[in-house]
Write a protein that binds this ligand. Structure first.
Ligand code: SAM
Length: 221
């Protein structure tokens, strides 16, 4: 996000990326994963930092927003994607493959995620859709895990983490957004039935999701 007096503006974005990614890696569990989304201008630096820190780059996920707004300028393509880096400390990382298949209509999930950008629920200009975070958190973590978002914004990661019964640590420099996030997270209830939640998320019933063939059948949390 490019704001006044941010590292972007001060031209020290690469040093800044190195510092915060190093900090995240320091607290990342050995089998944990790091998911980084951002703007095109920041991605080359992120890629270099991930390589320099010897992280294992698992995937580049392209989030395609079919409802991206048109451009006023007539000298470029309409930006309608965001890139999300998925990386880990080693090749032994947690990845809920079965969940990804359930969320992908019974097929292997591809790295192109078509998902509309949602109208903002808060006044934050770059609020992420909860659906995007639901996918990331369901596939990348287990119930009871700790999720860290060092650029919390309006708290979408925290809302979804709490809903899905994960612990959450959020960091936000702007007090206004911090308060929005805090209120949003506090008023989010914990989902106590994963099957029902997934039925709603995928528009399928438990049978179609193949829940009855595994231990998640009766699982409530
Ligand atoms: C792209 S937004 C995150 C949006 C969030 N995913 C959401 O759904 O609302 C990035 C956030 O990082 C915050 N930020 C920028 N620099 C920061 C810093 N050094 N420490 C903590 N937060 C920072 C900004 O204020 C902004 O709210």
């Amino acid at each position: 996000m490019q704001e006044k007096n941010t590292p972007f503006r001060r031209g020290i974005i690469h040093e800044f990326n190195k510092k915060w990614i190093e900090g995240c890696v320091r607290v990342l569990k050995d089998d944990g994963t790091i998911w980084i989304s951002g703007t095109l201008h920041n991605h080359p630096s992120i890629g270099v930092v991930l390589k320099k820190l010897s992280l294992w780059i698992i995937n580049d996920i392209i989030w395609f927003k079919p409802n991206a707004p048109p451009l006023i300028q007539k000298n470029r393509f309409v930006p309608s994607t965001e890139l999300i880096w998925l990386a880990s400390k080693s090749k032994r990382y947690y990845f809920n493959y079965e969940m990804a298949v359930k969320l992908s209509n019974g097929k292997q999930m591809r790295n192109l995620w078509e998902m509309p950008a949602e109208r903002h629920k808060t006044s934050h200009p770059t609020e992420k859709p909860e659906k995007l975070l639901e996918r990331i958190i369901l596939i990348g973590s287990k119930e009871g895990d700790v999720i860290l978002d060092p650029f919390m914004g309006s708290g979408t990661t925290g809302v979804v983490a709490k809903r899905l019964n994960r612990n959450f640590i959020g960091i936000e420099i702007d007090e206004k957004y911090y308060n929005i996030a805090k209120n949003r997270i506090e008023s989010t209830p914990i989902e106590n039935n994963l099957v029902k939640f997934l039925e709603k998320l995928t528009n399928k019933n438990a049978l179609q999701l193949d829940f009855y063939s595994n231990t998640e059948k009766e699982r409530c949390y």
